[in-house]
Design a protein. Sequence first.
Length: 267
Amino acid sequence: MATYAIGDLQGCYTAFRRLLDIIQFNPTSDKLWLVGDIVNRGPDSLSLLRYIKQVGSSVVMVLGNHDLHLLAVAAGITKSRYSDTLQPILNAPDRSELLDWLRHQKLFYAEDEYAMVHAGLLPSWPVAQAQQLAYEVENALRDDNAAEFLTHMYGNEPDYWQAAWTGYARLRVIINAMTRMRVCTLDGRMNFEFKADLQSIPSGFLPWFKHPQRASKTHTVIFGHWSALGLHLNGNLIALDTGCVWGRQLTAIRLEDRKVFQFACAK
């Protein structure tokens, strides 16, 4: 039995299946941990959703910003963007079943010494707190009135955490940290515009994972979202977005021995 964590798929179904062949994935004994952004921009998000749903309990996934965007588009909250490739899902005969399954997935996951999130964790959040905060968003997504929540999901404010936040502002901060953040200030203010590499970080900001008082250092945090960062393995940190959708690689890491497997993606 082995556990493989895999970076952002973004609709790259063929690359994903090839990577599963490379690692010789056995759904009856192995586990897949997927860091989110399952859908969008790549060519076959529909096949990916169907496959991951069908594999069932062998997969643990967390939601990324593109996955949440799909739910919002499907609910009529926002329109598709020029670069979106979501229409086959929206037109699928099993659309309702797939979307209902997607909105029941996790925003954050922790097991033993590992924690998994799509983008990052604010420095003040220990893993136990992050798990509780993620539950709040997950419950809102699973509620019968989820469309109302999705209406208030978008926005860059507030861009910092206060325990006193309530309602949609509170949920928005949690979502933005866990699905959009790459860098923050020492006092925990997030920057959502920055997408470049470590050498280009604007003055006053640092990668969320390099904050000197980061409370989640108790666990090895697995994440994606930051394709310009690429594969980044550093003690208690595993970054896995290696830009498959941009023609680079799709990456898996076997958690038991930290062995890395990659498939070269077609652009």
